[in-house]
Design a protein around this ligand. Structure first.
Ligand code: ACM
Ligand code: ZN
Length: 773
């Protein structure tokens, strides 16, 4: 009878608790989590620390207990003891666990945290805090909240040992306070490396006692370019730097959050700020100017002279005194070789070293390799190891150099094949300065590109690598360059919530990573809001797709959103409300209209999606491309030209087909019944992005789809520098016809004209719509 009763209770318990509690929404998600039954009330619970825990752990536990007490309105006395009691919240040393791993057991009776070192305990505290009301992150008491922890069992450790986030403070400077906020939110997501990009062409941001002009001169630029407007500057001095005391403060603050700070002194390129302060370090001797614009400067350090190395070693010696990190980033990216090609000292060095052009690289590339190698050896002599951007592979990087792959994953794959350790930071997935949404017009002005949260999440750092090569992947990092990011709010907006997606790529084993679980259970916004962070709200919005249904002759709109929040829509452009049609599946559209949808969520502004469709006689008709667009700009293919949607002039919006290698050549099946007499091809011109008008456009007609006769054509003169950019429409008229097939051909201009900075490269042609009337 007793046994039966027990079985009964166990069964009842399972039935009540078998499905994961929706409240358990830890990010990054633990690698093993089993929900239990019931909850442990934490208000007033004693907190005890094993006396074998280290001082940092004890401080972190004390801080947690203080936050708990302040937020819950109770008291959570802390004790450090040799003999652990059976109840309360206990932090216990368990030497069997890895340094960053932890175990967490929560029952109705109490909480037990096990870890071997500070990072494991710290991460356990992060998980505990995420299980509590968000008020635990605030400063105000919230006694009315549910101060209890759900029963569960977690056994967790990260997938990768290197979990980084980068910050560029050279293009725009961020205060110590903001850097600490950056570290705070990294810590919440269990990141452990802060890559601090401290020097660049636009400003030197770290005090170096031996070279005071680096900051008195090199930290200040006289002007900054406005948006991307060539030759348009604000003429306002801009500067800022960190004193050595401030750096030490940040390094300690990070260490208390289990984060190692990796400084980057970018060399031998991106050095204009230093050259402005010490012009004798350059090949030409200057004068130089701390740059007020963005890009890659041709003036770089001169490695033909010994004093350049003396400078670098002196600077690095002070850097090493401030940063205990074993890894030191020495940049190495985007170093033009034009000055070295002309510099007698650099050429003498090349001869002295016997450097030659080989394997597709020039002697000057190998000269950069010499710099990397020499600095690598210098740092090795002081017990440190270098990281460099993937360009360091172009001139034979030292074999123990860690390669940071930023130009896609290819550099990282190549480096792993060569036996280097690698950190993956491909711009395709981890450049957080790229727009968060393809709707770039709706975003703060930025550098370009598009990295959505789901794109970040989708990355697999091991793809394309053999098991042996995979052992070289130390981890993953995202980079946040700040050319167009000047304020704290904008910085945080670019960081969040992409950081959350990054953290699961870094922390979660492949079988635990799950976009649907992540997006549907995402609740980090309550923490961001509580702590006052700006963040992107795209993942709470609507993802809309539309496609032509050539059988029905309609444009079909499909929508998705996070979780099961209701979506309502209208077709007359009015703002949807709960009384509007409820979206239950794809909506077919057969006439011009403004489609508008909203997801109705409590306590949040209603994210909306809208598209205006303007039907012409070609809209919804079957269309085929006879030539291939460039693979990067193929999107939905031919249907994009007949979907009735007139895109804004943003070439990455997904509503423009881009042609580079071939002309646009599309055939539309008009059905053979309706009369028409005009065809308009809409193209995009954005010369700064190498997108030019076509050289010619023509329309041809056919009844059999094989034999076409030209009906009209336009020849376009070559673009001039002052021609306006934007959407260009080519209208062709001809005697009314009802020919079944209509073919539009637009030729690219081929080469970019001589007056353009991209002269010699190939010009793109972008086409968005074929309108037939
Ligand atoms: C880089 O983005 N230049 C590393
Ligand atoms: Zn030189």
């Amino acid at each position: 009878m007793k046994k039966l009763l027990l079985t009964f209770f166990a069964g009842a318990c399972l039935a009540a608790c078998a499905s994961p509690d929706p409240e358990i929404a830890i990010v990054p998600y633990p690698n093993r989590l089993e929900p239990g039954c019931g909850a442990f009330p934490v208000k007033g619970a004693p907190v005890v620390c094993d006396s074998r825990t280290d001082e940092r752990t004890q401080r972190a536990v004390e801080e947690f207990a203080a936050q708990l007490a302040a937020a819950s309105g109770g008291k959570n006395p802390v004790a450090v003891v040799g003999e652990l009691p059976a109840s309360g919240i206990r932090f216990v040393v368990d030497d069997t666990l890895p340094e960053e791993g932890y175990k967490l057991d929560i029952t109705k009776k109490g909480v037990e945290v096990r870890a071997s070192h500070f990072p494991g305990f710290f991460y356990a505290v992060q998980s505990l805090k995420q299980l509590l009301p968000a008020a635990i992150y605030g400063t105000e008491p919230a006694p009315g909240e549910q101060w209890k922890l759900p029963a569960l069992s977690i056994s967790d450790a990260p997938r990768f040992g290197y979990r980084g986030m980068h910050l560029d403070v050279a293009r725009h400077f961020f205060s110590v306070e903001e850097v600490k906020r950056y570290l705070d939110v990294m810590a919440i997501h269990k990141l452990n490396r802060f890559h601090w990009h401290l020097t660049d062409d636009q400003g030197w941001r770290i005090e170096i006692r031996k070279y005071p002009a680096l900051t008195t001169v090199g930290s200040i630029r006289n002007r900054t370019i406005i948006r991307k407007e060539r030759d348009n500057y604000d003429n306002t001095p801009y500067g800022g730097y960190y004193t050595q005391d401030e750096i030490r403060d940040v390094v300690k603050y990070a260490a208390d959050r289990a984060i190692t700070v990796i400084p980057e002194i970018d060399l031998p390129g991106h050095m204009l700020a230093a050259l402005t302060a010490y012009p004798e370090l350059g090949c030409t001797g200057g004068p130089y100017e701390v740059w007020g614009r963005w890009g890659v400067a041709e003036d770089v350090l001169c490695p033909g002279q010994e004093k350049t190395f003396e400078f670098l070693e002196n600077v690095l010696d002070e850097v090493l005194g401030l940063f205990p990190s074993e890894l030191i980033h020495i940049g190495g990216d985007e170093c033009p070789k034009v000055r070295w090609e002309k510099c007698p000292r650099c050429q003498a060095r090349i001869r002295q070293l016997g450097l030659k052009d080989r394997d597709g690289y020039t002697a000057e590339h190998y000269l950069q390799g010499y710099v990397t190698d020499r600095i690598g050896k210098f740092l090795a002599s002081r017990g440190r190891r270098i990281i460099g951007w993937d360009e360091i592979l172009e001139g034979q990087a030292p074999s123990d150099a860690i390669v940071m792959s930023w130009r896609g994953s290819a550099g990282g794959i190549k480096a792993a094949q060569l036996g280097h350790d690698v950190i993956m930071t491909p711009n395709s997935h981890f450049y957080f300065d790229y727009y968060q949404s393809p709707d770039a017009d709706a975003e703060p002005f930025g550098i370009g590109g598009c990295v959505t949260v789901d794109k970040v999440y989708s990355y697999d750092p091991m793809e394309g690598l053999t098991p042996e090569q995979q052992t070289h992947i130390l981890g993953v990092q995202a980079n946040l360059w700040t050319e167009y990011i000047a304020t704290d709010d904008h910085l945080e907006y670019m960081l969040l919530p992409r950081l959350a997606a990054l953290s699961e790529v870094q922390w979660c084993q492949p079988e635990v990573k799950d976009w649907t679980r992540f997006v549907n259970g995402f609740r980090m916004e309550r923490i961001y809001t509580q702590m006052g962070y700006e963040f992107g709200k795209h993942i709470f919005g609507i993802t809309g797709k539309y496609a032509v249904d050539p059988v029905a002759g309609t444009v079909v709109v499909s929508l998705t959103t996070q979780g099961d929040a209701p979506i309502h829509y209208t077709l007359d452009g009015s703002e949807p409300t709960a009384a509007s049609s409820r979206y239950t599946g794809p909506v077919g559209i057969d006439r011009s209209c403004t489609f508008r949808a909203a997801v109705l969520r409590e306590g949040m502004e209603n994210p909306t999606y809208s598209r205006e469709f303007d039907f012409s006689k070609s809209t919804g008709r079957p269309a085929v491309l006879n030539t291939a667009p460039n693979e990067r700009y193929t999107f939905e293919g031919a249907s994009l030209l007949v979907d009735g949607y007139h895109s804004r002039p943003v070439f990455t919006s997904g509503a423009w087909l881009g042609y580079l290698e071939q002309p646009l050549d599309v055939t539309i099946d008009m059905g053979g019944k309706q009369p028409y007499s005009s065809v308009v091809l809409e193209t995009l011109v954005q010369k700064g992005d190498w997108i030019f008008p076509p050289s010619s456009v023509s329309v041809s007609l056919s009844d059999d789809g094989t034999n076409f006769t030209e009906a009209a054509a336009i020849a376009e003169p070559e673009a001039k520098a002052g021609d306006p950019d934007g959407i260009k429409r080519y209208e062709m008229q001809f005697p009314e016809t009802s020919a079944r097939y209509l073919k539009v051909v637009a030729r690219t201009v081929g080469s970019i004209p001589a007056w353009h900075p991209g002269a010699g490269g190939r010009a793109y042609l972008f086409a968005g719509e074929v309108v037939v009337e």
